[in-house]
Ligand binder design. Structure first.
Ligand code: AMP
Ligand code: GLY
Length: 423
């Protein structure tokens, strides 16, 4: 039987069900396993890496009733939803309706990620600074918006696109073509300045900022090639302003949480602020409604606060007065992608991992699969390799030493993650 909210006693322990199958979910499961309150970890659908720490279940994770049935059958105390697709499909709504504590926003709140136009509207109402933008549905509107803002042009598919729906280009023809390929686009002002990912954990009322991280979105070194879901990340950011967490909390996270609560659609879960530190101050590039991937693979290994307890507090409205602490150690993660990612992924290549004693980095699985007893490439981002150290340089060396020992035909990764202090 699922417990009702707030009933979990300190001594009873927690059975947790994690939804998702990426490097993010592997990192979440690993971090949950370190919390002494965690007694069982289940994951749906999971991956071969997650299978080493959790019991896997094959269900349709976009079906709220299927997730609720599984959680009830297992006597789950907390469900943690990793990816955006089940959140936007309303899986959290069904769990909440059955009084099962869930970490992840309801459908209406997940629209902050589901629709860029909606996110812009909420930001405007909350007084949160973002790029000026126009929502366009015809080629004429798109052309007018491109000319209004000038190059470099920023054209975003309004819907979900797994990080690949955004084109930033000096080429007006390419910008127009991308606009024509999407039903509805947001065209906006280009934001100069380094990008930072800063996550707030919220129970719908209180929001607590995590340490900032930086993600590398382009597929190749020196930020060349198309956008991806993320090719690497590091944390902390030694070059970032010392007060960045407090400032983002005060000017971005809390106003957004307050505005969503005011609308009767509270955001309880992980509010991901993607920001640019522009010459005119902090401006929002995007919000996501879940942990970033691969940022999670550097943040959670640095987290001191027990994760199961923290996520349960967020799920049950108990974050007021709590804090989230990180070690000062550095973490660097590098994504190993399959041949052809992000355009034309080739699956099926066998993956050979180094033995445990050959590797001091943590290897998080993402798009891997077991076929005929062999570990093979299944989806675009295969593995995320995290090194930890006293400095970024040390962490970086450890991550790269391990990634060079992994064998997979056609596999590729960026060689410049955390190489310079600021992108
Ligand atoms: P998004 O999916 O909105 O995060 O966009 C993907 C990537 O496109 C971002 O991480 C940025 O690198 C880039 N981008 C998006 N919007 C802008 C903008 N207004 N100015 C500059 N770069 C942007
Ligand atoms: N790392 C980018 C994302 O999770 O969307």
């Amino acid at each position: 039987m699922a417990r009702s909210e707030g009933q979990v006693g300190e001594s009873s322990g927690m059975k947790i069900l994690v939804i998702g199958s990426g490097g993010r979910e592997h990192a979440i499961c690993q971090s949950l396993a370190k919390d002494p309150l965690t007694t069982e970890i289940h994951c749906a659908p999971g991956n071969p890496g997650i299978a080493t720490i959790a019991t896997l279940h094959q269900i349709n994770t976009e079906d709220g009733n299927a997730v609720t049935e599984l959680a009830t059958a297992l006597g789950i105390d907390l469900v943690v939803i990793g990816p955006e697709v089940p959140l936007i499909a309303g899986v959290a709504d069904v769990l909440r309706a059955h009084h099962i504590p869930v970490f992840g926003p309801n459908k209406a709140a997940a629209e902050l990620e589901g629709s860029k136009a909606f996110a812009k509207e909420v930001m405007r109402a909350a007084g949160v600074a973002t790029a000026e933008a126009r929502v366009c549905t015809t080629p004429e509107e798109a052309a007018a918006a491109l000319d209004l803002f000038g190059p470099p042009y920023v054209v975003k598919d309004d819907g979900l696109a797994a990080g690949k729906g955004v084109v930033v280009t000096h080429d007006r023809g390419e910008a127009l073509a991308h606009a024509a390929a999407c039903a509805r686009v947001v065209i906006e002002e280009f934001l100069d300045g380094p990008e930072v990912s800063l996550f707030g954990i919220s129970d719908g009322t209180t929001v607590i900022p995590m340490d900032p991280a930086q993600d590398y979105k382009r597929v190749r070194d020196n930020d060349e090639g198309p956008n991806t879901g993320g090719m690497g990340a590091y944390s902390p950011l030694p070059w970032a302003p010392a007060n960045i967490k407090n400032e983002v909390q005060r000017t971005v996270l809390q106003p957004m949480i307050d505005e969503m609560a005011k609308r009767g659609t509270p955001f309880a879960g992980l509010l991901y602020a993607g920001l640019a530190l522009t010459s005119k101050g902090i401006k929002i590039i995007e919000f996501n409604a879940r942990f970033g991937d691969p940022e999670t693979e550097v943040l959670l290994p640095r987290l001191i606060t027990p994760l199961a307890t923290l996520l349960m507090d967020a799920a049950t409205g108990n974050l007021a007065g709590k804090s989230v602490e990180f070690t000062p150690d550095a973490a660097v993660t590098v994504v190993l992608a399959a041949q052809g990612y992000p355009e034309q992924v080739v699956s099926g290549a066998e993956i050979t991992l180094p033995s445990e004693n050959e590797s001091s980095a943590t290897i998080f699985h993402a798009g891997t699969e077991i076929r005929d007893g062999k570990l093979v490439a299944a989806k675009g981002r295969l593995l995320t390799i995290t090194g930890m150290g006293a400095t970024l340089e040390e962490a970086r060396t450890i991550a790269y030493k391990t990634i060079t020992r992994i064998k997979v035909a056609g596999g590729h990764y960026r060689s410049d993650i955390a190489a310079s202090k600021q992108k």
